[in-house]
Design a protein around this ligand. Structure first.
Ligand code: 6PG
Length: 217
């Protein structure tokens, strides 16, 4: 695992863009999964305006808040309003959770849309409690091994009900990029804190063979 420190937002975003460039260079039609959050948001708009030809890329959601697609808390809305903001550089598709369906039907429908092969690249954030995707501390979803998606809840962050990928499919990706902005306490706990992976779920990511943490101070 590599931690790359940045004190310049432009360089931070460029490093994230380069990960997409590398995925495109390895495979013509890469499948890339995106999380929500403030750090990913910076990167999505830059990706839309970059010289990376997005039409060959199929994007997926890592997680979603169980709200309508036009809700200000929706990750789908976040991605469409940023990554799909450039009419001259439209991604091939955003495969997404259908939050118009009942929760477990939405999970089942999304599972059927997931790729049969591993994601080429997954972008994750990490919350101050160590959650990543919508996999929150001390929840049963952290131990899910048979399903690619799970229903989770949180009382600590925006929107109680969440739909998320589970660790097996996330950790099966060819590459993971973690985007951290102003999260020194997260880095400190991740690299040397005493909490275990149930208490600080992002520690599961340290198992991955090809992960880079991009840290904007
Ligand atoms: C979500 C995200 C979540 C996010 C982290 C970090 O739906 O909220 O998927 O996992 O990535 O909470 O968010 P920030 O980058 O905004 O701190």
């Amino acid at each position: 695992m590599n931690i790359k420190n940045f004190n310049n937002e432009e360089h931070f975003v460029e490093a994230a863009l380069n990960a997409v460039r590398e995925a495109v260079n390895l495979k013509k039609n890469p499948k890339i999964a995106l999380s929500g959050g403030s750090a990913p948001k910076m990167f999505f708009r830059a990706l839309a305006d970059s010289n990376i030809y997005l039409h060959d890329i199929t994007f997926f959601q890592v997680d979603e808040r169980y709200v309508p697609k036009n809700d200000s808390d929706s990750n789908y809305k976040l991605i469409v309003d940023t990554l799909f903001s450039n009419p001259k550089n439209q991604p091939k598709e955003l495969v997404h959770f259908n939050t118009n369906l009942p929760i477990y039907e939405a999970l089942k429908e999304y599972e059927h849309k997931l790729p049969s092969e591993p994601f080429d690249l997954v972008f994750l954030g990490i919350g101050p409690d160590g959650h990543t995707a919508s996999l929150f501390p001390n929840t049963t979803a952290l131990e899910e091994v048979n399903r690619d998606t799970a229903y989770t809840t949180t009382e600590d962050f925006a929107v109680f009900d969440r739909l998320t990928l589970t660790f097996p499919i996330i950790l099966n990706a060819h590459r993971i990029i973690v985007l951290l902005k102003n999260k020194k306490t997260v880095i400190d706990e991740l690299m040397g804190g005493s909490m275990d992976a149930m208490e600080f779920p992002a520690k599961r990511l340290l198992e991955h063979h090809n992960i880079d943490i991009l840290f904007l101070e």
